[in-house]
Write a new protein. Structure first.
Length: 117
């Protein structure tokens, strides 16, 4: 998907940059960062595409570098409980996504490219 500089893209860009900064520069996501570093030791960058807080766990969908989507489920109550991690390719993840979700993913990929290159 080609980015055109729309207001929607700008809003996603701002939101993704804020969550990226929180992910890597604050302690708010310390547990999530540890899971990412353990699962992807060569990781250069990551962007939270989706966060769904549920009653007993948090579900995160994260773009890792330029080619991987990680869906991570972390318990809110038990740090002893191992996180559940599902890994998929960008192409597999795109199937069934709405146009808006595809725009958010395209913006995240653009930001990740700038981080890596």
């Amino acid at each position: 998907m080609r980015l055109v500089g729309s207001k929607t893209e700008e809003d996603f860009r701002d939101s993704l940059i804020k969550s990226h900064n929180l992910l890597f520069n604050k302690n708010s996501y310390r547990g999530l960062v540890q899971v990412l570093k353990t699962s992807f030791p060569e990781m250069k960058t990551a962007y939270i595409i989706r966060h769904i807080p549920e009653q007993g766990e948090d579900l995160y969908t994260i773009l890792v570098d330029l080619d991987t989507i990680a869906t991570i489920e972390i318990s809110r109550y038990s740090q002893d409980e191992k996180p559940i991690i599902e890994i998929s390719s960008i192409n597999d993840f795109k199937h069934g996504m709405s146009k808006v979700e595809q725009i958010k993913l395209a913006v995240a990929l653009d930001l990740a490219k700038k981080d890596i290159l």
